[in-house]
Design a protein around this ligand. Structure first.
Ligand SMILES: Cc1cc2nc3c(=O)[nH]c(=O)nc-3n(C[C@H](O)[C@H](O)[C@H](O)COP(=O)(O)OP(=O)(O)OC[C@H]3O[C@@H](n4cnc5c(N)ncnc54)[C@H](O)[C@@H]3O)c2cc1C
Length: 491
């Protein structure tokens, strides 16, 4: 049996490991932290259970495909509920829109905001459905190691219809004019880590997924997905070793042969790097790195996040499960994230209250709040004072919106930002979501999934194909495992 070492027990590492074990490889995951899950870790404090990263469960079909590869279903591991309303958008203290789960109800909402927009939503979704079909069934499964994978008449025809050369911003303005509708439709694009001006229109597939497939929640919290994946990995024979911080990959004859952690040395026939690509390149590989520092510096990273995990000892009736505060100028905030990186002057922010759906994540009568402010990567002055200042900015707007004080009822609070992303995940410039899905960072233009100097070192995760987010990370692991099986199998 060939021995595979996977570095990192995030979604991508777990996915690659499970697939490889299923194909007969002997797989060990080395994870630096004391729990698996990577950016989707969880912690408990004062009776609250806080998911540390992802909170939106979109594209349920990808999770079904993932578990389906092993003859399983998500429901074998966790119970999903569909949220209705899916989420609330707060445009200002008086104007809030709750997004209903069904398409007909959504069309009515659109009509009430912009007459004629309901029918145009149908037309938009028809095009987006094609993009979802081609994008999610063909393109994301390509290892994208060469442009030649995309050179076939059918694929070129598909690419043409995918509107890859048009920006999402231009595309969406062909259907809607009301600023609220534009903001609603541009919101899912934020998940891709770039502005809608810099995101190809083919990513309207995100809107398609969100609107037609819905926003879901695994009861118990997002970490239930990790637990399910860990159980499945172990069932397939994967050994997960925690508190194993990889310090070096030792090379012999152009092969990564030894993986050296703080406490042990592991031999490998194949290595899968599921830790942040830049970290593996710059800290573990020395002269065998795939890309120079200058290359990485030119990349457009998806934002970092300033996060607050807050336990409140009362219920807050006005909040929904997901609440987006779009009550300030997004163009200014995005300028401060991408164009001239700095702390935002008037940030937009997001509040998740999973205790609205799931009583298990907070003590009775309490509310579990996860607050996220998207911020530029690479900010070096991530201090406690700055975090506290933004906490008060957010709380003032939140309290004004819900119409009651929250701060006196806070019984637990923890913050998380750049310096934690760096220390906990070795995140390049403190990024939260990897590389942005801009046109020039799509498919074969992304950092490639195989090391060019070593014959047995592969990369997976949100800094390589297909991109950031939980579903793409699952796909990334499966894709890299299949590439390895082609080169190093049969087993
Ligand atoms: C705050 C936040 C909110 C998000 N919200 C959503 C959402 O709502 N929906 C969604 O779909 N996606 C969301 N995402 C994105 C999603 O969580 C990520 O894209 C995904 O979890 C990335 O998985 P990964 O396996 O690529 O990386 P990671 O989860 O970072 O896994 C990499 C692993 O490698 C380990 N590692 C690093 N260095 C070493 C080393 N030297 N030795 C050993 N191990 C090492 C790390 O500890 C980590 O466990 C969010 C992310 C964040 C941070």
């Amino acid at each position: 049996m060939k021995k595979v070492i996977v570095i990192g027990a995030g979604f991508a590492g777990l996915s690659a490991a499970t697939r490889l074990a299923d194909k007969g490889f002997d797989v060990t995951i080395l994870e630096k932290n004391s729990v698996p899950g990577g950016r989707a870790r969880v912690f408990e404090a004062e009776g609250f259970t806080f998911d540390m990263g992802p909170s939106w469960y979109w594209m349920p079909d990808v999770f079904e495909t993932y578990f389906g590869k092993f003859g399983k279903k998500p429901s074998d591991y966790y119970r999903l509920v569909r949220l209705d309303p899916s989420y609330a958008v707060i445009f200002d203290q008086k104007t809030t829109v709750a997004i209903p789960a069904g398409i007909e109800a959504l069309k009515q909402l659109f009509e009430s905001i912009e007459p004629g927009s309901g029918v145009r939503l149908d037309a938009f979704l028809k095009q987006a459905s094609y993009k979802y079909d081609v994008g999610m069934n063909k393109f994301v499964w390509k290892p994208s190691r060469s442009i030649t994978e995309f050179v076939s008449l059918k694929l070129l025809y598909d690419l043409g219809r995918m509107d890859v050369l048009q920006s999402f911003s231009e595309h969406i303005r062909k259907f809607f004019t009301d600023p609220k509708l534009l903001q609603l439709m541009e919101f899912p694009i934020l998940f891709l880590g770039a502005t809608s001006e810099n995101t190809p229109a083919m990513y309207s597939l995100m809107n398609y997924a969100e609107i037609t497939m819905g926003t879901w929640y695994p009861m118990g919290g997002m970490y239930e997905i990790v637990k399910g994946m860990v159980a499945l990995a172990e069932e397939k024979g994967v050994q997960i070793m925690l508190n194993q911080n990889v310090k070096k990959i030792e090379v012999t004859n152009r092969s990564a042969k030894k993986i050296i952690t703080e406490s042990d040395i592991f031999e490998a026939d194949v290595v899968v790097a599921g830790a942040d690509y830049h970290h593996v390149d710059s800290k573990l590989l020395g002269e065998y790195r795939n890309y120079s520092e200058a290359y990485w510096d030119k990349k457009t990273l998806a934002p970092s996040s300033l996060l607050y995990y807050v336990g409140v000892n009362k219920r807050i009736p006005k909040l929904l499960h997901h609440n987006l505060f779009f009550d300030e100028d997004f163009s200014q905030h995005s300028y401060e994230i991408y164009t001239d990186p700095q702390w935002p002057s008037k940030p937009l922010f997001y509040v998740s209250a999973p205790s609205k759906t799931d009583p298990s994540v907070a003590p009775e009568g309490s509310e579990n709040l996860f607050i996220l402010i998207p911020v530029a990567t690479g900010l070096t002055d991530d201090t406690d004072e700055i975090r506290e200042r933004y906490f008060n900015v957010v709380m003032e707007r939140l309290e004004a919106y819900v119409g009651e004080a929250i701060r006196p009822n806070i019984v637990y609070k923890r913050t998380f930002a750049h310096r934690d992303f760096q220390s906990d995940y070795n995140a390049f410039k403190g990024n939260a979501y990897g590389l942005a899905n801009t046109l020039l960072q799509t498919a074969f233009l992304k950092p490639t999934l195989k090391n060019k100097k070593l014959n047995n070192l592969f990369y997976t995760g949100q800094l390589t194909v297909p991109g950031p987010g939980v579903p793409p990370s699952l796909i990334s692991g499966l894709v890299v495992a299949d590439e390895i099986a082609k080169e190093f199998g049969p087993n």
